[in-house]
Design a protein around this ligand. Structure first.
Ligand code: ADP
Ligand code: MG
Length: 833
């Protein structure tokens, strides 16, 4: 057979029995020329033959070799997008799904109605769509509706090396779906694409693929990169070290773009500011002062008269909306994988020597530096700037987080500065305590970073750490699924009727402890059937981990939020609480609503501005925290107030900036509220709710119901205050005890309940910084615990003391039931039964 020239529009004579299909694509000459330079074009025939002959193919290629942009086009040309079939491509990051669909549409000269994307909140998929880029969470949701994924003829799992949890689960599910489709006579092809990192987890895992799929390697045209290690490793000021290294590169070394890896958004911005000050470029957009004028403080909306709360009514735990399955909610995604506020960083020595003395921070006479930030949460149009050549007479300098490591390839980079660190979220598997830690990255990802410098000509990588430190790095980063709680995944799987999650073919399985903790939590929430023996699971039950899902669990699984919050939504329709619960859940899911004002200032002037702003923001938060009984909802009331005030003011960047709120977070909350509202509406059409942007504040009794609903979802997150008279150890002053931790936990000084110190609270999560702090705290009444959270209580025999008594009102004999809170044995008030 003759090998067609790469990219040539001409049907090839295929040996397979299927007739060769060739769908012509009308590309512009410029695009065609650029494509021909990509290493993957030379492998088109090999790749397509492998896909035709095997159900599953693993495609490995250096970042930038053309996998993401070209393979969907190969498949399209080979007819995989004809008739009603769609080519599906999943990305772990939203930014990649959007940019790549735009890029491929442009290359193919087709509208976005044909090459489309779908991410959690938005998309442009149409009936004409042939190539669909989506986040991995979106495809997972589609599997829940149509297990066989019948509208797809091929699924490409891109960036599989990132090992995002949803990608891992998709690969596990697809390993079962592919043979099922073959059996049905309408085969589905699976292409797993990865950078050249460890692929053995996919290919050598017999449980996943009994027959190892073929691996095709695409050799990229990579130029040599000289790696320069620092002689010594700076202890913590790696941003300063980065800054000095970039100054040196820019002053001393020939033309060529600089790419810097830092660990987070805040660092990226602070380095960008310093660099712009030093090497100013006076183009538009580069100097944007943040104006701070005093005006339009949101009016205090909490002046309405509270309604009288007579008795203390309680919510009904069985009142949840268990209806069939939702149809309408197309765009649900099980969770975003954007690096919340995390990225990575670096810096080192064309033997420029280690850091050296502090540069004076006045601008100097070198050429301007065209400095661009790059991280996932950056607006797409600002992200796209890195693909354009810098203005003439300037040098490009991209200050990035991990996004630039493999998902996006920036043209023209000759120098890479790598701080060697990565910011990761860590969880304690049992207690769920989380913390962000900046850690050394892995050797594999340090090498990926270095490789970014050799795409178009020989380059240099400056590592801000010594070669001895490098040799201590772990070889590969641990897959995400082994590092986080998995209750949301277990619930999704149970909803797919995968009862024995332990038997699921994960590429890398979560630990048994994590699976057990997830199963136990879901049983406590009522999402899974309680195994016959109540309390902690016994050995046999643990070994099986096979509790089936309950109707409540089905309802919960239909909400795109964590199970604890899904339970709140399921209970929220009582007493008109839904709009508030939706808002609270959206705010807790989006996280990080508030701007970080504790960041170190780079000048005295900035220090003053930050101080003033902090005072103003605290003042606003006090207003949002409400007055009287509303305050008991604590930080969640502040969240409601913040969202309410934002919506009231029209949600402008200016309002957010003034009040210390993150505009992007507030926008995301708005979208998630919309999405949750439609999910609830389609689930229980009888209580049609609309989101009113001018939601009135909750009444006094609603505040109590809200506290109860929140508590029902956070039953394992209860903390009890250690009162002064119980104090045995100073470290417990003003501290709280939780069932899961030996150590004291505290209410954070930024919390609206910091001064109140209620006896019992529930918290959203515990975060470890200098101490263990509870985040998202709300106060509860201990009488509610035995009534609303009986699954967490040990009840005494009701017939023992005190003795039963006759109730004149009802004419029945009643008795007190005393109880204690599980594991910690706190005495709870008696319940009358
Ligand atoms: P891979 O998936 O193998 O990492 P890609 O297909 O993403 O490679 O990229 C192939 C080439 O296309 C790279 O040279 C990259 O710079 C270029 N490219 C990708 N997206 C864009 C874009 N939005 N604008 C311009 N060039 C792009
Ligand atoms: Mg790619």
């Amino acid at each position: 057979k003759t090998k067609p020239l790469p990219g040539e529009v001409q049907p090839s004579a295929t040996p397979s029995s299927e007739p060769a299909i060739f769908i012509p694509v009308d590309r512009t000459p410029e695009i065609q020329e650029a494509r021909l330079k990509l290493p993957i074009l030379a492998e088109e025939q090999v790749i397509m033959e492998a896909i035709k002959e095997n159900p599953v193919v693993v495609l490995c290629g250096e970042t930038g070799s053309g996998k993401t942009t070209q393979v969907p086009q190969f498949l399209y040309e080979a007819g995989f997008g004809s008739d009603n079939d769609i080519i599906g491509v999943t990305e772990p990051r939203r930014v990649a799904a959007v940019t790549m669909s735009q890029r491929v549409a442009l290359e193919m000269n087709l509208p976005q109605s044909v090459v489309s994307y779908q991410i959690r909140y938005e998309g442009n998929v149409s009936p004409e769509t042939k190539i669909k880029f989506m986040t991995d969470g979106v495809l997972l949701k589609e599997i829940q509706k149509d297990f066989l994924l019948s509208k797809y003829k091929v699924i490409i799992i891109d960036e599989a090396h990132e090992r995002s949890v949803y990608t891992d689960i998709l690969i596990g599910l697809l390993s079962r779906i592919v043979p099922l489709r073959t059996k049905k006579g309408c085969p589905l092809k699976l292409v797993i694409m990865s950078a050249t990192l460890r692929v053995e987890d996919f290919t050598e895992n017999k449980r996943l693929f009994p027959v190892s799929p073929p691996v095709i390697k695409v050799e990229a045209r990579q130029f040599p990169v000289t790696v320069h290690f620092n002689k010594r490793t700076p202890l913590d000021d790696y941003t300063g070290e980065c800054y000095r290294k970039i100054c040196k590169i820019h002053r001393m070394l020939p033309a060529g773009g600089i790419l810097v890896f830092l660990t987070g958004q805040a660092e990226v911005h602070s380095l960008c500011r310093r660099l712009r000050k030093m090497f100013p470029y006076r183009g538009k957009n580069q100097t944007k002062a943040i104006e701070d004028d005093e005006s339009e403080i949101a009016t205090d909306r909490r002046k309405s008269k509270p309604r009288k709360n007579l008795t203390l009514p309680k919510i009904n735990l069985d009142n949840y909306s268990a209806l069939p399955v939702d149809e309408g909610d197309e765009d649900r995604e099980a969770g975003g994988n954007d690096d919340d506020e995390e990225g990575q960083g670096s810096d080192s020595d064309l033997d420029l020597g280690d850091g050296g003395s502090e540069e004076d921070e006045k601008s100097d006479s070198s050429d301007p530096l065209y400095v661009l930030p790059l991280y996932s949460l950056l607006a797409p149009e600002r992200q796209a700037k890195v693909f354009h050549p810098p203005p003439s007479g300037t040098r490009l300098c991209v200050v990035a987080t991990n996004v630039a490591e493999t998902s996006l390839t920036i043209p023209g980079i000759k120098y890479v500065v790598d701080c060697g660190k990565v910011k990761k979220r860590f969880y304690d598997k049992v207690t769920g305590v989380s913390s962000f830690r900046v850690e050394w990255t892995s050797q594999a990802s340090a090498d990926q970073r270095a490789g970014r410098a050799g795409r178009t000509e020989p380059g240099h990588c400056y590592r801000l750490y010594s070669s001895a430190v490098f040799s201590d790095f772990e070889k590969f980063s641990q897959p995400e699924i082994t590092r986080r709680p998995v209750e949301d995944l277990v619930l999704q799987m149970k909803d797919l009727n995968i009862e024995k999650v332990v038997n699921f073919p994960f590429p890398t399985s979560p630990s048994a402890d994590a699976l057990i903790a997830a199963e136990e939590l879901l049983i406590s929430l009522g999402a899974l059937q309680d195994p016959p023996k109540t309390g902690r699971l016994n050995y046999l039950q643990r070994a099986k981990l096979s509790s089936p899902i309950t109707p409540l669990g089905k309802t919960m699984a239909s909400f795109p939020v964590a199970p604890r919050y899904a339970k709140m939504l399921a209970l929220g329709k009582q007493h008109d609480c839904l709009p508030y619960i939706i808002t609270i859940v959206a705010a807790m899911t989006v996280r990080e609503l508030y701007e970080e004002l504790g960041r170190p200032a780079i000048s005295d002037e900035e220090k003053e501005i930050l101080k003033a702003k902090k005072a103003r923001v605290l003042q606003m938060q006090r207003v949002w925290a409400g007055q009287g009984p509303a305050q008991k909802l604590g930080d969640l009331m502040v969240m409601l107030g913040a969202v309410g005030a934002c919506e009231y003011s029209g949600l402008t960047p200016k309002f957010c900036e003034r009040n210390g709120l993150r505009y992007k977070a507030m926008m995301e909350i708005r979208r998630l509220r919309g999405q949750l509202t439609s999910a609830v509406n389609s689930l229980c059409p009888d209580v049609r709710i609309y989101l009113d942007s001018k939601m009135p504040p909750p009444t006094e009794s609603q505040v109590n119901y809200l506290r109860q609903i929140v508590m029902s979802g956070l039953g394992d997150h209860i903390a009890r205050r250690i009162r002064p008279e119980e104090l045995l150890d100073e470290k417990w002053r003003n501290a709280y005890k939780t069932p899961l931790l030996e150590d004291p936990v505290f209410i954070h000084p930024n919390s609206s309940l910091f001064k109140q110190l209620p006896d019992f609270v529930v918290y959203q999560e515990i975060f470890e910084t200098t101490k263990m702090y509870m985040k998202g705290v709300s106060s509860i009444e201990c009488e509610w615990i035995p009534v609303l959270l009986p699954q967490y209580c040990h009840f005494a025999d009701p017939l023992e003391d005190p003795p039963p008594f006759y109730c004149a009102e009802t004419g029945r004999v009643k008795c007190h039931r005393t109880s204690t809170f599980y594991r910690v044995g706190w005495q709870l008030p008696a319940v009358i039964v």
